[in-house]
Design a protein around this ligand. Structure first.
Ligand code: SF4
Length: 208
């Protein structure tokens, strides 16, 4: 069974696949420490229990082969249903992209493309270093905290081509205010810049 928070079809708004049509599968529950700026806090709550076969059917019905599995923290459900969901979707020709914080150890046998957004909370990174060999791309949400991001990347010897930087900001204006500084930072370091397209398009409207 999968504990599901929401299922919808939209465009991927950020990261390496920004702009691409996607089915979003948001799984319930996260693990502490919870982020005070979280914009999907509803996913911390218990979700609807759905059988894997039923969920596969609903996903396939969108007729879109790009599936984003996010949370909450999706990998909390690896053993209880996510692994079966991944196998079934790949067997149907889907490409799976995960969104994770990397707070917990990620499964090495996963065949999805793993995008990790490490969380800096209360003065430290909440990231399991065993994940460095599993993560395909890193996304950092930055305002003026360039130094802590630089340190994270340097300490783990992460290549620049695996790094995407996004401007912090829950509203369109707040995001745009950070654009120039993030742009300059990316140019200097050789990182990729990622806007948050859903916020630029819809401001702080939810569910898009
Ligand atoms: S890890 Fe992600 S889903 Fe969990 S509290 Fe932080 S921002 Fe929210």
């Amino acid at each position: 069974m999968i504990e599901l928070a929401e299922l919808f079809y939209s465009l991927q708004g950020e990261g390496p696949f920004a702009g691409r049509p996607a089915v979003f599968v948001r799984l319930s529950r996260c693990l502490p420490p919870l982020c005070p700026w979280c914009d999907t806090a509803f996913a911390w709550q218990p979700g609807s229990l759905v059988a894997v076969d039923e969920l596969v059917g609903k996903i396939i019905a969108y007729d879109c082969s790009f599936v984003v599995i996010t949370g909450g923290e999706p990998f909390l459900q690896w053993s209880s249903g996510l692994q079966s969901l991944e196998e079934a979707l790949i067997g149907r020709g889907c490409f799976i992209q995960y969104e994770t914080s990397g707070k917990l150890d990620l499964p090495r046998q996963s065949k999805g493309f793993t995008v990790c957004s490490p969380k800096f909370l209360d003065g430290s990174w909440h990231f399991s270093n065993t994940n460095c060999s599993v993560v395909d791309a890193y996304k950092f949400v930055v305002e003026d905290d360039f130094q802590v991001v630089d340190e994270f990347i340097k300490e783990r010897d992460i290549p620049a081509e695996k790094v995407w930087i996004m401007p912090r900001g829950a509203s369109r204006d707040a995001q745009l205010a950070n654009f120039e500084a993030i742009w300059q930072y990316c140019v200097k370091r050789g990182f990729s810049f990622s806007p948050r397209l859903h916020t630029l398009a819809f401001d702080n409207k939810k569910g898009v």
